[in-house]
Design a protein around this ligand. Sequence first.
Ligand code: FES
Length: 118
Amino acid sequence: MSTPGSTDGWVRVCRLVALGEDEPVHVDIGQCPVCLVRAGGALYALRDECTHQAVPLSEGEVAGGAIECWLHGSRFDLVTGRVLSPPATRPVTVYGVRTCGEDVFVHLGKGERDSVPG
Ligand code: FES
């Protein structure tokens, strides 16, 4: 098992304490906008761009394992990115996210996630 770090594709994005429950946070990894969510004892990372009209999902609401776009109300599954409510029809990309100590790491090429300790 590899240790998260920039050399194996895992990028440190923030401290775990920076993520409040059900409070989405925007980060950029290079040119890629990422929406981080801490919900129900787990972390999620999705592309921070609604597939309907490309507004930031991080400005939406988190509830019931989904994030809702603030503009027209599309809902996306936090685990799979699948569309749960229209008008969006295409899933949002999900990314790998894990913790190492008190730091949060995201991998743009992996879909695995990690539970939040404690
Ligand atoms: S822009 Fe997100 S649902 Fe329309």
